[in-house]
Ligand binder design. Structure first.
Ligand SMILES: [Zn+2]
Length: 503
């Protein structure tokens, strides 16, 4: 009885199905009639029409055979509601090509109701290239430059939302301990738990016993061999300062390595991480010597480790101490006027947050440092390199419209200078703007691109900062704006700013 009541509740569904089947019954013969009328008008028999109808039925059958399980499994995964919503939403959304107007750019009035304010601002920084004839390109989303790499694919696949310990910090500690390279490699092997202790050897059927051959009192795990075996314990007990002992001997292998390799702790004038790493290495060496019978005499192993750690640290300090003094030198850097007959274009871009609110600025000056035009651009939201490139693009536009035939272009981003000089890969997210700049550079004029330090690009930097106070879009500056007059005058009289340069 209960089943009947349940079915009664969904009676209206049967009505729908009835109507659907009824209409199908009416339509199906009509299809044959229509195709007969089209293929062989006036005849009672037409084999072609019958074949065609049969073929159509077969296609419909195969289609539903394949679609039904697909629709079923998709609705299992995403829920039926979203599966129903999807086609409806797609109907409402306008097509991508309707959102771009070649003359005025993005039709933001159509876009902004559907996306966040930030996305609107990000779109403002991007243009569709309808000028250079570039076509759509395939780019890999998993990397910054759009190029596929196995490493990025692995990161993408193993990406998990649940928080995990960040192993990068751990391995950065391992590789920054101040000890000889072979010791670092050893610690790296230990942290991957791949050194051959008896437990590991037995697991691989290389020996019969997983018991420690030195003390015969426990399984020879990694932590036992390096810390808990009496042979090592005796040495650690005299090296580890008393206040650190309880932590030192209670941690698990990874926690033990991670905490003791921490930077900043100094014991007896030597970083504790260095002493610890040397102790770890020699404990292992002595152990191997013990097992394989190759040990030389060492009357006081504790003193030996401490002395060695001191020596390692002294050597490290000496090599870097001398190096540091040599590699930096202070220089006076300032803006230099262009050669006779040339104009100088300085451009710069700024992004607060990278990516974040972004601007660009640029200035064109002649041989005597006179202002020949400038601009400030409030872009929207983008990364710093994109902002720099916008600066270059509008700078070139400005110089071209001013009919300069020889231009020295100065940018303070080495990355951008590299893009402009040697090009950029097709799949790079910034390639659209680099191509537009290349389009300009290929015109009938001379443009020399060079990288300068920020101190020589001070005015362009100032203009980019000034643009943050302006409305969104491009602002042509016929004369020097008040905000940057002092910077302009400083350049004009050839003043310089100090900079530490790595030699
Ligand atoms: Zn042992």
């Amino acid at each position: 009885m209960e089943e009947v009541t349940t079915l009664h509740g969904i009676g209206h569904l049967f009505m729908t199905i009835f109507l659907y089947c009824f209409s199908a019954f009416i339509v199906a013969p009509t299809i044959t009639d229509v195709s007969m009328a089209a293929l062989c008008p006036g005849k009672d028999e037409c084999s072609l029409a019958i074949y065609l109808s049969g073929f159509q039925q077969a296609i419909t059958g195969v289609g539903s055979l394949m679609m039904m399980p697909l629709v079923g499994s998709l609705s299992d995964k995403y829920g039926r509601k979203s599966l129903l919503t999807l086609p409806m939403t797609l109907n409402i959304l306008p097509l991508a090509r309707d959102l771009w107007c070649p003359e005025t750019g993005w039709r933001l009035e159509l876009i902004s109701p559907y996306v966040s304010v930030n996305t609107t601002l990000e779109l403002k920084a991007v243009v569709l290239d309808c000028v250079t004839g570039a076509r759509d390109r395939v780019a890999w989303k998993g990397s910054a430059d759009g190029q596929f790499s196995v490493a990025s694919a692995y990161t993408l696949l193993t990406h998990s939302e649940t928080p995990r310990p960040d192993m990068n910090i751990f391995f950065r500690r391992v590789w920054s301990v101040k000890v000889p390279e072979r010791v670092r490699v050893f610690i790296w092997l230990v942290s991957h738990q791949v050194i051959m202790t008896n437990v590991e050897r037995k697991r691989r059927h290389l020996c019969d016993s997983d018991v420690c051959v030195v003390c015969k009192g426990d399984f020879e795990t990694i932590i036992h061999a390096l810390r808990d075996c009496p042979a090592a314990l005796g040495i650690w007990n005299r090296i580890v300062p008393p206040r650190m002992r309880s932590d030192f001997f209670s941690r698990t292998l990874m926690g033990w390595l991670y905490e003791t390799l921490k930077d900043g702790l100094v014991v007896d004038g030597v970083p504790w991480a260095t002493t610890f790493a040397m102790g770890l290495w020699w404990n292992w060496k002595w152990r191997c010597g013990n097992v394989f019978g190759e040990n030389r005499r060492c009357p006081d192993r504790v003193r030996f480790v401490k002395e060695l750690a001191k020596e390692v640290w002294r050597a490290h300090e000496q090599s870097t101490g001398q190096g540091r003094a040599r590699i930096h030198e202070e220089r006076q850097i300032g803006w230099v006027p262009p050669r006779e007959g040339w104009f100088k274009l300085n451009t710069d871009g700024a992004s607060r947050g990278n990516p974040g609110p972004a601007t660009a600025g640029g200035v064109l000056r002649d041989r005597d440092g006179r202002w020949c035009g400038g601009f400030a651009l409030n872009i929207g939201r983008c990364s710093a390199p994109l902002a720099e490139l916008w600066g270059v693009y509008y700078g070139l536009l400005l110089a071209w419209e001013k009919k300069c035939s020889r231009v020295e272009l100065e940018v303070d981003s080495e990355l951008v200078v590299g893009f402009l000089r040697t090009g950029i890969s097709e799949s790079h997210p910034l390639s659209f703007l680099v191509r537009l700049c290349h389009g300009f550079l290929a015109k009938d004029w001379l443009v020399q691109i060079s990288h300068v330090y920020r101190e020589a690009n001070y005015l362009a930097d100032g203009l980019a900062n000034y643009a943050f106070s302006l409305a969104a879009g491009f602002h042509f500056l016929e004369s020097v704006p008040l905000d940057v007059v002092s910077m302009f005058e400083a350049d004009e009289i050839g003043s310089t700013r100090p900079r530490n340069i790595r030699m």
